[in-house]
Design a binder for this molecule. Structure first.
Ligand code: ZN
Length: 138
């Protein structure tokens, strides 16, 4: 896509949420990167949240991140028991909300190195979850 096409057609086609979901459906975590300021953007947007440019490209994210914050939701056992909700700083810069799998919920720590993976969510829709990254703390 040429720059002129990207700029003139920025409100056409599927919206950024739909494009993000399409990538997740093929097990790809892609986030947007701005051509004007070279910074990464997440949550999906039509306009760069850093500089206002509409020239955003979809790029593969490394999936590497660091837990910025963690919260434990103490759901009752008959509804599945406690689970964690984390904010993860991606190595590309943006922060995203997700959960860490494969680790006891009370063992998830701020500063923990994590790796993204696409997995089915509660309703079967693909979503991003994180696993503890080999090597431990970031
Ligand atoms: Zn920008």
């Amino acid at each position: 896509m040429s720059e002129a096409t990207a700029a003139s057609g920025w409100t056409q086609g599927p919206g950024p949420d739909a494009v993000y979901a399409q990538h997740l459906a093929t097990s790809e975590l892609r986030i947007q990167r701005c051509r004007a300021c070279s910074r990464h953007v997440f949550y999906p947007r039509l306009v760069c949240s850093h500089c206002g440019s509409v020239e955003l490209d979809w790029v593969a994210a490394s999936g590497r991140g660091t837990v910025y914050a963690v919260s434990i939701v103490n759901r009752s056992a008959d509804k599945g028991g406690p689970y964690n909700v984390v904010l993860v700083d991606l190595s590309e810069g943006p922060r995203m909300m997700a959960r860490v799998d494969g680790v006891a919920h009370d063992a998830v720590r701020i500063g923990m190195a994590v790796q993204a993976r696409v997995a089915p969510g509660a309703d079967g829709t693909p979503c991003v979850v994180f696993d503890a990254a080999p090597g431990g703390a970031a």
